[in-house]
Design a protein around this ligand. Structure first.
Ligand code: ARG
Length: 603
């Protein structure tokens, strides 16, 4: 990490934290490669703790060493500064910490460089790779549930963040469109040919599609359970489907198409773009299944056990102490979920040349992915050059702390949940909106952006693995860690510019001293690129959410303490504060966009 921060010292995009880090490294030539452990701090702007470890290794007194480092650092006007006035003051504290304050001018200059760039000075990755993100994978002919919501929202944010950093991203929607249930569905459709017909009164909405599918699913399931002869015909139909029989495939396709109408309507509501070419469901790997199993068998990675082709693991056992295998081919000759996922890995590493595979999937599938990855490693489809990560997410809970259900105990329909969020958000937006004279149209549009934003933000602001409670009241609250709080901060910046009018410009004035609230805001703005690099490295969007929330609160403090248009320091100070508002606005909007959340101009 040190290496990269050193390399970017001279570049426009280096943050103050990187510049100070580099200065520290240069001040202690004997510490080559050691991390100065520089952090933002409340005491000064930054605190460096790296001297402690260095002193230990060099058997030196940490306070003495710290003082030496402090003396060697170029400070404004001091020795060795060479016109570099980044660091204003250094002070030794505690057992050998360094408290470092940067100059006001350095903050403003750094922000000015960011403002001049439409990427806000966020650098592109030096060596981008190819990452396949497997997310938003609902199941054909079935209702989407809250788990699909989480996968979609988190996956969409990760895709956007990685792409913004310059990574080559391949999106994969591994929808559940294959398996024995399709034998049953297709057979039922053959015997009840009008089942999926679009009747006039139902229309062509996503909801109508889902209700047709649901009806067919239930009816065929009932028949499957009660009628042995139908069951047998359904079983034979699966074989036809897997063999690619044209009539069977055409009927199967009707289920897929009908489902896509429904998925589309939910994703449109969710404001998430799903491109058709990225939908490669389980069926997309059908042609590889036989070969995948053959390769596993020939290499000895999989063995036949009780009539099924299995992979065993020393450390994976059931409650009874018996090994739990990964079943790649079932006793009846059918292929399951695991064979499909293994084939998908072969495709993603072998054909798409991905070096990173990410799976945004419910934590309950952790064991599945552990076994699949291990199998793929043994088979050589995952090598040391490839990272495969399951990014497991937790369960959405109701207020009672149990998995989120309707009062009747049924799983909640995603569309109902989104509609309710929009409804609540609209009520919140209306209250303020009427005061600032928004039209009914604007209130409606804002309600959608705030409501959908609230659902996404609640999802993204919780660290991935954790369960969280779906609480709409909290999610649309104006005070608290919510998207609407962040959206308000953005709208406030816009309103300042509307009030400022044409004549006023946003101009950076590095010669002006900054107030405490301006410095805090400026330093945080300057850390946007560092935050994004970190988020992209660990795949944790909640860090971006918390960055944005913090930014919104720092802006609120700034707004309360530093009048913008009536600044008493004269026209230059007005321009400089407008400049801070402008960089804040752009950072908030870009950051929210990366989380898939829109920012209304007037709220
Ligand atoms: N369709 C699955 C489900 O609804 C999720 C698929 C996850 N992706 C994968 N490659 N297995 O649970």
């Amino acid at each position: 990490r040190n290496g990269t921060s050193m390399a970017s010292v001279a570049s426009l995009s280096a943050s103050l934290q990187q510049r100070v880090s580099a200065a520290l490294a240069a001040a202690v030539p004997s510490a080559t490669g050691a991390d100065p452990l520089l952090r933002r701090s409340d005491r000064a702007d930054f605190q460096a703790n790296g001297v402690l470890g260095l002193a230990k290794r060099q058997k030196a007194d940490p306070r003495v060493l710290a003082a030496e480092v402090a003396a060697a650092l170029p400070t404004a006007g001091g020795a060795g500064a060479d016109g570099d006035d980044t660091i204003a003051a250094v002070e030794v504290s505690g057992p050998g910490f360094l408290n470092i304050t940067v100059s006001d001018a350095a903050i403003t200059r750094n922000l000015a460089a960011r403002a001049a760039d439409d990427r806000l000075g966020v650098p592109l990755k030096e060596h981008p790779g190819t990452t396949v993100v497997d997310y938003a994978q609902p199941n054909v002919a079935k209702e989407m549930h809250v788990g699909h919501l989480r996968s979609s929202v988190i996956g969409d944010a990760i895709v956007k963040i990685l792409e913004f950093g310059g990574e080559q991203v391949v999106r994969r929607h591994h929808i559940g469109d294959w398996g024995t249930q399709f034998g049953m569905l297709v057979q039922y459709l053959i015997e009840h040919p009008h089942e999926l017909d679009h009747s006039e009164d139902e229309g062509d909405t996503g909801e109508a599609s889902m209700s047709r599918l649901d009806r067919t699913y239930k009816a065929s399931g009932a028949l499957f359970r009660s009628d042995e002869a139908f069951k047998e015909r359904a079983r034979r139909r699966v074989v036809d489907l897997q063999a690619g029989d044209p009539e069977t495939v055409a009927l199967w396709q009707r289920f897929v198409d009908e489902s896509k109408i429904y998925f589309d309507s939910v994703y449109r509501k969710l404001d998430i773009e799903i491109r058709d070419e990225d939908i490669v469901g389980e069926s997309g790997y059908n042609d590889m299944l036989v070969e995948t199993c053959d390769l596993l068998e020939k290499s000895g990675v999989a063995v036949w056990s009780n009539g099924a082709l299995c992979v065993f693991f020393d450390d994976i056992k059931g409650k009874d102490g018996e090994p739990v295998p990964l079943i790649v081919r079932k006793t009846d000759g059918g292929f399951g979920y695991a064979a499909t996922d293994l084939s998908a890995i072969r495709n993603r590493t072998g054909d798409l040349h991905a070096d990173t595979l990410l799976y945004v999937v419910d934590v309950r599938q952790s064991l599945h992915f552990r076994m699949v990855f291990e199998t793929a490693r043994r088979a050589g489809w995952l090598t040391d050059e490839v990272t495969a990560r399951h990014l497991p997410f937790g369960t959405l809970l109701g207020k009672d702390g149990k998995p989120f259900k309707t009062r009747a105990g049924e799983s909640v329909k995603l569309e109902d949940l989104l509609d309710e969020a929009v409804q609540r958000a609209t009520a919140v937006v209306r209250e303020k909106g009427e005061k600032i004279g928004l039209t009914e149209e604007e209130i409606t549009a804002n309600g959608v952006q705030v409501g959908i934003g609230a659902v996404k933000y609640a999802d993204l602001s919780t660290s991935l693995g954790r369960d969280y409670v779906f609480d709409l009241d909290r999610m649309v609250s104006l005070n608290g860690d919510t998207s609407v709080y962040v959206q308000y901060a953005y709208a406030r910046t816009r309103s300042i510019f509307r009030k400022a009018g044409e004549g006023q410009r946003a101009v950076a004035h590095p010669e002006l001293p900054l107030e405490a609230a301006e410095r805090a805001l400026g330093l945080h703005l300057d850390a946007f690129g560092d935050t994004l690099a970190e988020v992209a490295g660990v795949y944790e969007p909640h860090r971006l959410a918390s960055y944005l929330f913090h930014l919104a609160s720092l802006f609120t403090t700034f707004y309360e303490q530093c009048p913008v248009l009536t600044a008493d320091g004269g026209p230059a100070q007005v321009e400089n504060r407008l400049f801070l508002c402008d960089v804040t606005a752009r950072t908030l909007r870009q950051g929210l966009w990366l989380l898939g959340i829109r920012a209304p101009e007037r709220l």
